[in-house]
Design a protein around this ligand. Sequence first.
Ligand SMILES: Cc1ncc(COP(=O)(O)O)c(C=O)c1O
Length: 451
Amino acid sequence: MAKKNTKTQPAARQILDMNAFDAETSASTSSPLLQRRIANVGASAVLFYREPLEMVSASGSWMTAADGKRYLDFYNNVPSVGHTHPRVVAAVTDQISKLNINSRYLSSVVDLYLDALKATFPASLSNVVLSCSGSEANDLALRIAAATSRGTGIIVSENAYHGNTSIISDISPSALKRRKLPDHVVTVPAPSHAGQSGSIENAFAADMTRAIAELERRGHKFSAFICDSIFSSDGVYADPPGFLRKAVEIVHKAGGLYIADEVQPGFARTGEAFWGFARHGVVPDVVTMGKPMGNGFPMAGLTTRPDLLARFCEDTGYFSTFGANPVAAAAGMAVLNVIHDEQLQDNALRQGKHITARLLDLAAKDDRIAEIRGAGLFLGIELCRPGQKEQPDAELASSVINGLKDRGVLIGAAGRFGNTLKVRPPLSLTEQEADIFVDRLEEALSAIAAT
Ligand SMILES: Cc1ncc(COP(=O)(O)O)c(C=O)c1O
């Protein structure tokens, strides 16, 4: 039986503070390498874990630390076809030993890649701009929206994170500490509850209508709605597929653009589709991508309709020295080939179902697991106080993350209160590795219950 609700809501937390090293409370600041890092990067240090890890090598789903301990990487959102995948390593090594130039020269490897990438998108999205980071891609997406709409009003989800440039920090509530969101940015709750409206789709559509009206009330012309297609930093909200449809219609009717941020869910991770937005049956005006695009080779980009890009380029010259370089194209091409040849989208679906089934069994035994959400190999495990689904337990999440680390599994947190475990292993995960994760999670939860 559920226990009486005894605790008030905890404080909201920033995405970069979740599972973060804190020099003031950590016992391990005596490590010479850690001291050097802090001396070098100062207040911008963003290390993981109460006691940060020094990594020396990685392969497939596994990373090896300096002390020789091996860790199963369930935090993974970059080397998504597997760490140091031999085909990506070979493609990059081969290309960098032949030619690496900027995009003001022709180079067939780049257009070979752009053609292959475009084949994964709806036909209307036929122009691609490559960049070096997801932030840069989102920055350009917002500028394209501003050039199209001649407005600056932006709608984001409540705990969105879209990157680190000046205009993108302004639309990333989850990155702001003392600063508040600027007046031209309005938030909508993540599509988590149907409320009075009968469905999550309707509730989200009603929130969108309210947000557009709020921008108008504040005197900001609506420009764009941007969301991570799996609402990752909000705590992973994937279901039911299609819940974005009505909201996107409302955005379009109001003259705004819909920007799909696929930096996290893109490149087959959700198993059901290659892109997160495709699960919802919507066609974005702009799609941004990054992280897994080069399996660790730093590359990102966006795709959009030619008319939208042309309008922006009439106003502003745009060039990136490192965007669209042939080495990035070679890495990106190898990633697409590996996803295809190793059938990683199918594997993501299969292993995701296997993990979900096992997690549901665990949840039936452990009333600190409030909910399992997600798609493919992008799952969220929401943790709560025993038997109190409405009482998020961020301390428990933090203890589980550190308990898993002690047991050789790396995992992160998300959600407004940091109480959702983000399950995001490489797409090449085997069933045996999936089972190791669930077994270690059960052990970590039991050990915490026993203390
Ligand atoms: C959803 C989302 N969009 C954009 C970004 C920014 O990407 P980058 O760190 O490559 O600039 C991130 C990074 O975490 C992200 O999670």
